[in-house]
Design a protein around this ligand. Sequence first.
Ligand SMILES: C[S@@+](CC[C@H](N)C(=O)[O-])C[C@H]1O[C@@H](n2cnc3c(N)ncnc32)[C@H](O)[C@@H]1O
Length: 353
Amino acid sequence: MGTITEGKAGIKIRTAKVVSKAMPVFYNPVMELNRTISVLLLNSIDKKNMQIALPLSGSGIRGIRLVKELKKGKIKNISFNDYDNKAVKSIKENLKLNKIKMAKDKVIVSNKDANLFLLGSCGFDYIDIDPFGTPNPFLDSAVKRISRNGIIAVTATDTSALCGASPKACMRKYWAKPLRNAVMHEIGLRILIRKCQLIGAQFDKALKPIYSYSKDHYMRIFFLCEKGKEKVDEILKQHDVFNCAGPIWIGKLWDNKLAERLYKAYGKGRNPDKGVLRFLSIIKDESKINKVGFYNIPSIVKGSSLASIPRQEGIISVIRKKGYKVSETHFAMNSIRSNIPEKVLAEIIRKKN
Ligand SMILES: C[S@@+](CC[C@H](N)C(=O)[O-])C[C@H]1O[C@@H](n2cnc3c(N)ncnc32)[C@H](O)[C@@H]1O
């Protein structure tokens, strides 16, 4: 057993050399940023007195961080659930360790299948679906039990399906064709968004992405859930094919004002990590450019049979001078998001060779 500190939470967990499903109670340090962004997002939206559900809680680290790090008045109650007895024992121990008292009306711990837990509830304002692999098995019940204007957060770690390593699996699980090239992560994220939206549509619920990203081995989306047939129709109008892939969500991946608030909130915190700050800053910048896909500079260089890859900053500066919008993208290295036509960009790159 070891004690791990993450944010303002300290938890006791049996550590393992390899992070896997086989761990007695699952804890993945790589997902710290995933949890940090949940905290930042809930602190950055205009919502108070929330009923929060963590149907797949694992060690309880995410919920404990929410209790300790969300601003005063944000939480009405928080429910930790996991179907694994060992996880539930660990949640209870970790709550105690963090001096958080279980109380029937405030901090609730249950030991059920996630779908039974959600369907047996009266509903929540925030539901965090954080499974092993695909979120598919939990989407129906999350959509059914999210409140009007509530937030559903979805993680997917089956990136081999979404990013084109197993296209058949993507067709089966996500009803769309993936890509296997420089933009595969963005296309995978947009495929996942559309799949969640189709589940929402069945129940007249419009799932609008307000913050989303792809990182390491996973994808993550926060949806604002609005009720109404017209709102759903608006969402469905923004499903389309992209090159040979899709159908995908072609609408916005971010609410740009929220992306700005998240970035600022993290920067104001104690000892912000430079890498995380840069990641949030890139997302803040690209959230202002409403365009599907981005340009991968090495691919353009290769396609034009040029000798060298010019420096990205130099290219960005010329694009800006020409009056186009431009930013880096968090999805890939050596890549830019811009509304510049490809031919004009190729010409800039050619001149820099
Ligand atoms: C990826 S882990 C959750 C990690 C956790 N949310 C965190 O931030 O550290 C997935 C958890 O879901 C639980 N789980 C898997 N399938 C479940 C189901 N059908 N119902 C309830 N819990 C389930 C597993 O026992 C595991 O603890």
